[in-house]
Design a protein around this ligand. Sequence first.
Ligand SMILES: Cc1ncc(COP(=O)(O)O)c(C=O)c1O
Length: 385
Amino acid sequence: MQPSSRLDRLAPYLFAELERKIREKRAAGVDVISLGIGDPDTPTPQGVIDALASAAADPGTHQYPANRGRQELREAYARFYERRFGVALDPETEIIPALGAKECVFNLNLAFLDPDSVALAADPGYPVYTGGPLLAGAEPVLMPLLPERGFAPDLDAIGGDVARRARIMYLNYPNNPTGAVLPDGLFERAVEFARAHDVLVVHDASYTETTFDGYVAPSFLETPGAKEVGVEAFSLSKGWNMTGWRTAALVGNADAVAAYWKLKTNIDSGMFEAIQLATAAALDAGPPPEMPATYQRRRDLVCNALAEIGVDVTPPRGTIYVWAPVPEGHTSASYCELVLEESGVVVSPGGSYGANGEGFFRISLTVPDERLAEAVERLRESLGG
Ligand SMILES: Cc1ncc(COP(=O)(O)O)c(C=O)c1O
């Protein structure tokens, strides 16, 4: 048996590695607290579960779905985008369901990249922005996200040959893993860049609904000209506590939606229609209103405890993560190993999100407050508190 050499281009997926380590520790009797993956611990809203149950009871939902999605779902996205962002979308041509933002981002690489082309990806960034282009046989070129620039990529630094070969630019605000919110003027600059170099901007809007301190995250599609050059991957995973449901959509530029649709008809057979109808109900109800306050409380718990012991963190105004510096003398990997070994707490090493994530670790806020408080207490010692 010989797996394809394309798999050799990939590092093992970060969370697959972490899950293996957690299993080992738990098997050895350690009470592991995992602040690794960002997977909401609170259940999906009851109204969405009820909508699924009644849709699943209807045999009309049981056959192969169409990739383009049910009219009810596309119309619910259009209503949501109008209400939430003031963005008008045509349900016929500008909206298509995706089996999660991860699937959507990955498949956009297959739909838009050729072997000599480039995808511009953030460093640090969500791993699929680099793994996807590699699997598509193309080249991910990294755009450093630095704290001193508010974690905005410097689009003026993208050189001629790279700009010429670039087909996709990935952006993601509120940002995983840094927790940064949209830097001023970035979306406008991205539209200019995309026009100048004929690049598709893909904005990953996985965290627009998890924001704090009154900050309201915009859609990329609110930016003048955005729909001419870009799309947005909008996911219900984090905002609605629906990671297991695999429900998201690609919205925006009609040609990009059509290309993704054409690709998808050859890859999968769409989303279970009962999930589509439950997603429509979720969009109409809006995200569970208590979640931002829940994450804000947990963010404060973590940031206050870190500040007390002298760790310099900027409290994020969005996402479900705190991005913190590792103590001196450690790499992000050695620190995360140490913390797991000595205190049974799992945090993600910043270096695994890209070279510019080195020196940081990511804490996910997706465990109940008491467990989070205990985890931070256990971290104290390793952080010099
Ligand atoms: C930036 C970003 N995009 C996409 C995803 C995956 O979203 P989904 O569950 O919709 O596939 C994540 C999950 O952590 C993420 O952080």
